[in-house]
Design a protein around this ligand. Structure first.
Ligand SMILES: [Zn+2]
Length: 229
């Protein structure tokens, strides 16, 4: 016997009418609001109380025509770093660009510029994490002098400057090296995209770097663009 999952909508006549599934609070409009929303979602994820907002059929239909994501996530491709999950968000909320080691090649920069200028997204987050394989591969390449074959070499090449910067500062703690790579990525985004830098200077957008802890599920801010003005 196959039972149909209950929707719960017709069991209790005393309940008020359900809101349409697509009814959601207005999305964040400012960099500060967007950052607060991400931290609130991460807190729900960390504590095991996710709401899974904006994942219902009604919202899917509502955003089919246009999108207004409130944050760009430039994150590592690591399978344990899924942005919509760790920030407890849904469809239309996050514009996500991911490469191994959150590199900043031209397609990445173009994607960020599209979100910030065309979609009006007020926040860009560089999202790195502990135990990053791309950083480890770059460290191995530096220590052995052997560049990986194929296109993996390009990923390593993109991360090596962060390792050299850490070495120049006398940093050998893996967690601090990750933080330096995140900060380096924030600087590369701003240094290599005049479009993004102009949006930040005008106060329309902010760039922050976050480090994610795989086991705890928690993010913390480790870098930020200089304030506008
Ligand atoms: Zn990684």
């Amino acid at each position: 016997m196959i039972s149909t999952p209950s929707t719960g909508s017709q069991s209790d006549p005393e309940l008020p009418p359900a809101q349409p599934p697509s009814a959601q609070p207005d999305p964040p409009q400012t960099p500060e609001q967007a950052l607060a929303e991400l931290y609130a979602g991460n807190r729900r994820f960390v504590t095991g109380t996710p709401r899974h907002p904006n994942q219902d059929v009604g919202h899917r239909t509502a955003v089919a025509g246009e999108q207004h994501p409130f944050a760009v996530i430039v994150g590592c491709s690591d399978s344990r770093l899924a942005a919509e999950i760790i920030f407890d968000r849904g469809l239309g909320d996050l514009f996500v660009v991911r490469t191994a080691g959150h590199t900043t090649g031209p397609e990445v920069l173009g994607s960020v510029e599209y979100a910030v200028t065309v979609l009006g997204t007020p926040l860009v987050v560089v999202l790195g994490h502990d135990s990053c394989g791309a950083v480890q591969a770059a460290a191995t390449a530096v220590s052995t002098g052997a560049r990986p074959p194929g296109h993996l070499g390009a990923v390593v090449d993109a991360v090596v400057p962060s390792l050299r910067r850490a070495a120049a500062q006398g940093v050998d703690d893996p967690a601090r090296i990750i933080d330096i790579h995140i900060a380096q990525t924030v600087e590369e985004l701003l240094g290599n995209s005049a479009v993004l830098a102009a949006e930040v200077a005008a106060g329309r957008c902010t760039v922050v770097g976050m480090s994610y802890q795989l086991a705890a599920g928690e993010v913390r801010t480790v870098a930020a663009a200089p304030a506008a003005g």
